[in-house]
Design a protein around this ligand. Structure first.
Ligand SMILES: NC(=O)c1ccc[n+]([C@@H]2O[C@H](COP(=O)([O-])OP(=O)(O)OC[C@H]3O[C@@H](n4cnc5c(N)ncnc54)[C@H](OP(=O)(O)O)[C@@H]3O)[C@@H](O)[C@H]2O)c1
Length: 250
């Protein structure tokens, strides 16, 4: 009986939707579903948090994990929805044209080299080539940036630096910062920039293009400042870049 009523109610809802044009005019898939699948390499705080949120709003995510069948990773897949799955990092990278690269910097070279040929793929790089040693933030490359280093390790990949100057909790909840935070983007590739801009906006933040991939060195420096603020227990801050319309006098 209950099943019959449920089914009749579903039919009437369907009919109503058709009459009022709700279904007839609806696009076949939501904008997020129309986006290509995203391989998320690394299932920690950044990869897990960003991947899960994008999946929950309809994007198909393939988590690339060293242990794809691990119960923790499988729970992440379940919570993500939208047809999410987990595979080895190389399988995930092979399946999707867009990648989010979210591993510790110490593992970055071996992780990106393990992904196979990334020619033509867009890689959103959230890493920072830094570590905290004896209470100090250390290690920018002597020259260049971590992002350029990634591109050198995976020739042909189209890298955009994004989300490296903000904590994952604030990425997921802009209200923690009292509103949108500026997210610097560095890339030489217009399509990669467009992909990153769209994702930043989906999280309710403000993308700010700061230049080519070489400028990732500067935002990696911003990340050092950000982390230093946290570990030295000073009042944490977020970066909000304010455009200025007039040039300075000198
Ligand atoms: N946390 C933040 O708020 C934040 C903010 C901005 C930037 N970042 C940057 O984003 C990157 C990821 O940070 P995270 O906080 O997400 O790190 P995390 O929580 O430690 O997660 C990193 C993930 O990378 C994968 N991985 C691959 N090789 C690894 C290895 N040799 N050792 C450890 N993990 C390995 C692991 O996933 P599998 O076990 O599934 O392979 C792991 O869960 C870092 O470069 C960090 O500097 C972090």
């Amino acid at each position: 009986m209950a099943r019959a009523l449920t089914s009749r109610r579903r039919q009437s809802l369907l009919l109503g939707a058709i009459i009022y044009g709700g279904l007839a005019s609806a696009p076949a898939e939501s904008p997020a579903q129309a986006e290509p699948c995203l391989a998320v390499i690394g299932t920690g705080d950044m990869g897990g948090g960003i991947g899960q949120r994008l999946g929950q709003r309809g994007r198909r995510v393939v988590f690339g994990s060293r242990n794809p069948s691990d119960p923790r990773v499988q729970r992440l897949v379940q919570a993500t929805g939208s047809g999410a799955s987990a595979a080895t990092p190389a399988e995930a990278a092979a399946r999707c044209p867009h990648l989010l690269f979210a591993v510790p910097w110490e593992a970055a070279e071996s992780a990106i080299r393990s992904l196979g040929d990334l020619t033509g793929k867009i890689l959103l790089d959230v890493t920072n080539p830094l570590m905290v040693r004896e209470g100090r933030v250390e290690a920018l490359p002597a020259s260049g940036s971590g992002s350029e280093q990634l591109r050198a390790w995976a020739p042909g990949v189209r890298v955009v630096k994004v989300f490296n100057t903000i904590n994952v909790a604030v990425i997921l909840d802009p209200a923690l910062a009292g509103g949108p935070v500026s997210i610097p983007l560095s890339s030489d590739d217009p399509e990669a920039i467009a992909v990153a801009e769209e994702i930043v906006k989906q999280f309710g933040h403000d993308p700010v293009l700061v230049g080519g991939l070489a400028t990732a060195r500067y935002t990696e420096g911003m990340a050092m400042l950000y982390v230093n603020q946290l570990i030295s227990r000073r009042t944490p801050f977020e970066f909000r870049l304010v455009p200025r319309s007039r040039p300075t006098q000198r």
